[in-house]
Ligand binder design. Structure first.
Ligand code: ADP
Ligand code: MG
Length: 461
């Protein structure tokens, strides 16, 4: 393999290895290499037809994703049997022909190294979690909870925007407790998983088992609880689960993308449980923290880049730690690819090309996010109705179009099917006034803004 291809494949494999069980990794990725990489097409050489079929049918998305994260210009990844990659005699895997792979669904690789009992992924640790002023409260609260399970802050509620480390911190808490006391029963789940499990237990007449299972934990972690919103049956069941755990002194940790007061369609009694302990938020990392995070990720991945380059990445990417990591990889592989130290302008250019332009929020993104946030169909925002559940989101959309996009009142009125522009003025004034006295609304609008900024950054139209 030529050295650049080798480097690329090793990096891609390192990513893949993190997310695939050791057995699967050894089985399917052993003796593979990149045999060709030109004009956006990467060809992976594989030792035999079985491996080719599995990679194509089960792992392809993942391979493509990890290669693209390193070399964004790659369009196609294909697999080709290369007889010279001899299969070592020790590899005793013989697959019967009928075990050919169903191709409907690509595997969810992250699942593989996760402990099925706890749902914890060992890659998330407190040691690898960088603390700055943006997250130090959340980190301190977690540390305290880990040391005094059920006694310090119970429940602990952590909220913050996408990619700011909530899952990392929650998972790290679970891993730490497990490390300190392997006998503790720990379980991590998401609100969606909890809900799905409940639904299938109802279908299989196994609700009793479901209840039993959730009531035995010493530490229950529920991530992204904003998705409980609107799920009445799930909320009811969760309420009882929570009470049982809480009353027997068991620890519960929650995360959400917004504070409890801003989660809509949630029963008051459940909301008051969320609010009963300690609520802390994670905000956006400041520049120093972004630099520290990049340096630590670089060290972890044995990447060496000049400080100046790191600083440029940290100053261009401000809101999302997941994106910081992505940018670091791109810059690294590009400088290796060209075999040079990139000049500051080149770093900026690559980031500008690969990291989406900021703040190109569009009216339709605002409408989409607001509709989702208040759980109403997008088209109902345009309905001429006085129903409060529609009027409020509609006024918020108008407010945001004016305030954040600087659109004129006539423009906004026209967007809403040619209504009178004074209606848009009225909506703007109403929300502006309301915002001054209503904290809940303020939080809601903050969450909405974060969401469409994320959409915009992800380039969703
Ligand atoms: P969230 O759940 O809030 O959307 P994640 O926990 O998934 O965010 O974090 C996104 C990525 O950023 C993960 O790869 C995570 O390991 C990393 N990350 C987030 N916060 C930190 C931190 N403080 N220190 C180190 N890595 C972090
Ligand atoms: Mg998360």
């Amino acid at each position: 393999m030529n050295p650049q291809n080798e480097e690329l494949w090793n990096k891609a494999l390192a990513e893949i290895e993190l997310s695939v069980s050791r057995a699967n990794f050894a089985t399917w990725f052993k003796n593979t290499n990149i045999v060709n990489n030109s004009e956006g097409v990467v060809t992976i050489g594989v030792p035999n037809g079985f491996v080719k079929e599995w990679l194509e049918n089960k792992y392809h998305k993942f391979v493509l994703k990890s290669i693209r994260s390193l070399l964004p210009e790659v369009r196609v990844v294909e697999y080709s049997i290369v007889s010279s990659i001899a299969e070592p005699k020790t590899l005793k895997i013989k697959l019967p022909r009928e075990m050919s792979v169903p191709s409907e669904e690509q595997l969810d690789f992250k699942e593989f190294q996760i402990d099925p009992e706890t749902n914890l992924n060992p890659k998330y640790t407190l040691e690898s979690f960088i603390v700055g002023s943006f997250n130090e409260l959340a980190h301190a609260a977690i540390t305290s909870v880990v040391k005094n399970l059920g006694k310090a802050y119970n429940p602990l509620f952590i909220y913050g925007g996408v990619g700011l480390g909530k899952t990392h911190l929650l998972q790290a808490a679970g891993n730490k407790v497990k490390e300190m006391n392997p006998l503790k029963k720990i379980h991590y789940t998401t609100s969606e998983k909890f809900s799905n499990e409940l639904v299938s237990s109802l279908q299989n007449n196994s609700v009793y088992n479901f209840k039993e299972k959730y009531r035995k934990y010493d530490l229950l972690i529920v991530d992204d609880i904003q998705f409980f919103s609107g799920k009445i049956k799930t909320q009811e069941e969760f309420f009882h689960t929570f009470n049982t755990l809480y009353e027997s002194g068991k620890q519960v940790i929650f995360s959400s993308d917004r504070p409890p007061a801003s989660i809509h369609d949630i029963e008051e009694r459940l909301r008051s449980r969320f609010e009963a302990g300690v609520i802390v938020d994670i905000s956006e990392p400041e520049l120093e923290a972004r630099i520290a995070i990049l340096k630590s990720k670089a060290a972890e991945k044995k990447i060496s880049l000049p400080d100046e380059t790191i600083e440029i990445i940290a100053s261009v990417i401000q809101k999302n730690i997941r994106e910081l990591e992505g940018a670091l990889n791109i810059i690294h592989i590009q400088s290796n690819h060209k075999n040079i130290v990139l000049k500051p302008d080149e770093v900026r250019e690559i980031l500008n090309k690969n990291v989406r332009p900021k703040n190109v929020v569009t009216p339709s993104q605002i409408i989409k996010v607001v509709a989702e946030f208040y759980d109403i169909p997008e088209k109902s925002i345009f309905e001429h109705t006085r129903k409060t559940e529609i009027v409020k989101p509609r006024q918020i959309v108008m407010y945001l179009m004016r305030e954040d996009l600087g659109r004129s009142y006539p423009f906004i009125a026209q967007k809403f099917g040619g209504m009178d522009h004074t209606t848009a003025i009225h909506a703007f004034d109403k929300i502006s006034k309301e915002l001054k006295k209503n904290n809940k609304l303020e939080e809601e609008i903050k969450s909405i803004r974060e969401k469409y900024q994320n959409l915009a950054e992800q380039g969703v139209k």
